[in-house]
Design a protein around this ligand. Structure first.
Ligand code: URA
Length: 236
């Protein structure tokens, strides 16, 4: 890869700005000052530094965000703040996008990456990646609902859902549940409860495949995935 491309990709400015860095003798490859921005380097084998600081080349970025309510799971929006707006400029430089959507009022686990292949695999209906949600429900959730979700329920557009696993945490006028589904239809959890005459008043995603929301992340915070978390997702 060209040295100027590598440095530009890693957030050291435009290719023109990178040229200036080289002119200032700020860039070394394997300890040698380099002036030619078109030089080809192998980031896996060669050590590139800028003003003495080693550049760790990364092509892909993988972030776990605790999406807060009130922001949109999109890269751009004319009205609302997006999850990408919450990232620092260095992370934004990788042009990441959210993997799937959570509603504006839903919070919880959101994977943000620029790895299109991984996103495709996780979202593919063929892969049946399970997603678990915690929800508060206006209404008494019953064993009949567990059975209905296991069989599949008909949504308002006639679509019949695949089996979902409903666990009742507490049942009363305001119930608490966990629901695991293997699809991601629009507003699916809310619509599944509507189909049994109940309303979701709070929704939070807890997990997606092997990836679990790090409860140490406050709403709006994010961190890189650990190697183990990434390997777990890729092995699906
Ligand atoms: N189901 C919903 O209804 N909303 C979400 O944000 C995610 C799943």
């Amino acid at each position: 890869m060209r040295l100027d491309k590598l440095l530009a990709n890693m957030g050291y400015g435009t290719r023109k700005e990178v040229k200036q860095l080289l002119k200032q003798k700020g860039v070394t490859v394997d300890g040698e000052v380099v002036k030619d921005s078109s030089m080809h380097v192998d980031p896996d084998k060669q050590e590139v530094s800028v003003f003495g600081e080693r550049v760790e080349y990364m092509e892909f970025i993988y972030l776990m965000m605790h999406k807060p309510p009130g922001v949109i799971s999109a890269t751009e929006d004319n009205v609302d703040q997006t999850v990408i707006d919450l990232l620092d400029p260095l992370a934004q430089h990788f042009k990441p996008f959210p993997v799937g959507r959570l509603d504006k009022d839903t919070e919880g686990l959101l994977l943000i990456t620029n790895d299109g292949q991984l996103a495709h695999n996780l979202l593919s209906p063929k892969k049946h990646v399970p997603k678990t949600y915690y929800a508060k429900i206006d209404g008494i959730v019953t064993n009949a609902d567990i059975e209905a979700f296991k069989q599949g329920v008909e949504l308002d557009d006639g679509y019949v859902t695949k089996p979902g696993e409903l666990v009742i945490i507490s049942s009363g006028p305001m119930s608490e549940i966990e629901l695991t589904i293997q699809e991601g239809k629009f507003h699916q959890v809310k619509r599944m409860f509507e189909s049994v005459g109940k309303k979701v008043t709070y929704l939070k995603r807890l997990s997606m495949g092997s990836l679990k929301l790090d409860e140490l992340l406050a709403p709006g915070d994010y961190r890189e995935l650990t190697q183990e978390e990434l390997e777990g997702l890729k092995s699906k």
